[in-house]
Design a protein around this ligand. Structure first.
Ligand code: HEC
Ligand code: HEC
Ligand code: HEC
Ligand code: HEC
Length: 491
């Protein structure tokens, strides 16, 4: 998002999100009992760590044959400079702090050396490694697999395999990444943020890319070279990964809101309130001349002047909640009533941080219980193969949710809300085998990709905005969702 495209900053409300269209239910009382189940993987393990070079022996993970087992280190490390088309961005995450963008961000924020700044290091390097190792480390093995002091010597022994995932995490600090909840809970500490680290609007305005995480989109990022093969087959993997990703990202964003609200309520002057990076960018950043401003008289919408809270992580999450039993048989759809009450509190121009803090904490408890159920189902192996029609059902529900009840309009005009639905549908298309199995979806899927794509960058520009997301474009987005809705009906 560059200034050239951000023609003016105006405060207008945009249309109401798909999630808001359901009948109003009164918020649950604040003393109503809350579920207490939590997934493991939330609290940081209190163990020391080792550097990635400890994993790099040829007989361990440094075998040197890229993309094969026992060469995970080689795959992670070797490709970043030799092949920018297919590489692991984490191995060079620290070096990024020396580039022109980082220097410029630093200048604007009054940071002399970003590569020494604790805030930047929290996400661009590996916690616990020695400063002199930061360069070769970047975001290294233990940043994702857990601090390795306790498990390094035992994780290759036969007995290791007999331990439960939860024991591996709580007693050894090992993140059991085959469990999708544990895996993604770790990704979002850097890719959404937490109490310890965040990319707020100050950083974004200084030039940092906005953090907009969607697991399946990131996992299948065309330039990301992973060092593993998924054991779970398609379509099961992506249907489940999308569902878990929605829950994990929403939980992280809600907890970040809780942290910010608690700080603001305590009078912390360093915490801006409300924090703009958690609000819809396009509610404020609109072209005042280009017809971007989405105000349709017949449309349900947020109150004028109020940007939506976290449309990115809220807009499609209701579909993941509702269809949860289709992905994880036996896991009941979570009601998410606290979350609905929280969203309502945030529908104000200046939400009350005290009330938000209380409700956000309750919403996090509700989301934790959902995550715990998803995590347990996977650890217990309650994972029967999914029917081939599963991706189709998800894509259909996503298309329906993106459209208003009579399918005549979009449920939400916001770019974030539409993109969240598109990314879910694209994951389902991919899971189903794509054009070979679902030829009728190709048109609408690629149509949506095309309409929602940011304008091509001019050279020298790094981050753009969806300028021109006005009436004509929105009509084409609506038509594509309608086409997808029809193409996924029946069977
Ligand atoms: C909350 C974690 C977090 C913090 C704090 C953070 N970053 Fe980042 N940064 C990221 C992530 C994640 C990405 C990748 C974003 C994406 O593509 O989705 C990124 C991307 C970047 C990029 C673009 C990289 C590229 O390859 O184009 C730059 C430059 C950057 N960060 C610099 C900084 C600087 C300088 C600081 C400190 C002032 C900082 N970051 C603080 C998480 C963080
Ligand atoms: C950005 C996060 C991330 C980083 C950094 C990372 N990994 Fe992984 N790794 C994963 C994920 C996700 C998986 C797949 C789930 C699992 O097996 O845990 C995985 C899988 C693996 C596997 C199992 C491979 C298989 O086929 O089952 C090994 C071994 C491994 N990683 C080693 C390493 C080593 C060694 C490093 C450091 C050079 C490293 N990883 C860095 C995320 C990461
Ligand atoms: C310790 C922090 C950290 C963790 C944990 C982490 N990442 Fe990252 N990730 C980063 C940073 C920083 C960047 C930006 C690096 C750059 O651009 O050079 C990044 C970049 C990426 C990118 C490239 C994004 C782009 O726009 O090109 C993908 C994809 C990605 N991460 C996926 C994941 C996944 C999946 C996980 C969990 C399995 C994960 N990351 C865990 C910090 C982290
Ligand atoms: C409540 C309104 C509001 C929201 C929401 C908002 N911004 Fe901003 N943004 C502003 C204002 C006002 C400025 C100018 C003042 C400043 O630089 O802080 C600005 C400045 C910026 C700039 C610097 C522009 C320049 O010309 O240098 C960028 C980039 C930016 N915002 C991106 C974003 C992104 C990305 C989001 C969503 C994650 C977002 N903003 C959400 C109001 C908002």
């Amino acid at each position: 998002m560059r200034s050239a495209l951000v023609v003016g900053v105006v405060m207008f409300g945009v249309a109401g999100s798909g999630l808001f269209k359901r009948a109003e239910v009164p918020p649950p009382p604040l003393d109503a009992p809350l579920p207490t189940a939590k997934p493991y993987g939330l609290a940081k393990p209190p163990f020391g760590t080792v550097s990635s070079t400890s994993c790099a022996a040829a007989s361990c993970h440094g075998g040197g044959k890229l993309d094969t087992p026992r060469s995970e280190y080689s795959t992670w490390a070797a490709t970043a400079f030799t092949n920018r088309k297919l590489y692991d961005p984490h191995s060079t995450a620290y070096r990024v702090l020396f580039n022109d963008d980082s220097v410029r961000i630093g200048k604007l924020l009054g940071i002399k050396e970003p590569h020494k700044e604790a805030l930047c290091l929290k996400c661009h390097s590996t916690e616990g490694v020695k400063p002199e190792e930061a360069m070769s480390e970047g975001v290294g093995c233990t940043a994702c697999h857990g601090p390795a002091d306790k498990w390094l010597d035992v994780h290759m022994l036969p007995e290791w395999k007999t331990l439960s995932n939860e024991t591996k995490y709580t007693d050894y600090g090992f993140v059991p990444g085959k469990n999708l909840v544990a895996r993604m809970t770790n990704c979002v500490t850097c890719h959404v943020g937490d109490a310890d680290r965040e990319v707020n609007h100050d950083l974004i305005a200084a030039g940092h890319p906005r953090l907009a995480f969607e697991y399946t989109r990131f996992q299948f990022n065309p330039t990301y070279r992973h060092h593993w093969d998924e054991v779970m087959p398609q379509p099961d993997f992506e249907v489940r990964a999308w569902t878990v990703g929605q829950a994990v990202t929403l939980r992280a964003a809600t907890d970040l809101l809780r942290v910010r609200a608690e700080r603001a309520a305590a009078g912390d002057t360093k915490t801006p309130w409300p924090e703009f990076s958690g609000l819809s960018c396009y509610a404020c950043h609109q072209s005042v001349t280009g017809g971007d401003v989405g105000r349709d008289a017949a449309h349900p919408r947020r109150p004028a002047g109020v940007p939506g809270w976290e449309l990115w992580s809220n807009a499609a999450a209701g579909v993941a909640a509702e269809l949860c039993p289709d992905a994880f048989p036996g896991v009941a759809p979570p009601g998410l009533r606290e979350l609905a009450a929280l969203r309502k509190l945030m529908q104000k121009r200046s939400p009350d941080p005290k009330a938000v803090a209380v409700r956000a904490k309750r919403a996090v408890a509700e989301l934790d219980a959902w995550l715990a159920a998803l995590q347990t189902a996977q650890d217990k192996g309650q994972m029967p193969p999914l029917a081939l029609a599963a991706p189709r059902r998800f894509a259909h529900a996503l298309a329906a949710n993106a459209l208003s009840a009579d399918r005549a309009m979009l449920a939400d005009y916001d770019w974030d809300a539409n993109s969240a639905h598109y990314l879910g549908a694209a994951a389902m298309y991919h899971a189903s085998g794509g054009r070979a199995n679902e030829p009728k979806w190709s048109g609408p899927i690629f149509g949506l990709a095309n309409e929602l794509d940011f304008p091509k960058r001019k050279s020298g520009e790094r981050f753009d905005s969806p300028a021109g997301f006005g009436d004509a474009k929105r009509a084409r987005v609506r038509d594509s969702f309608r086409e997808l809705f029809d193409a996924t009906s029946g069977r």
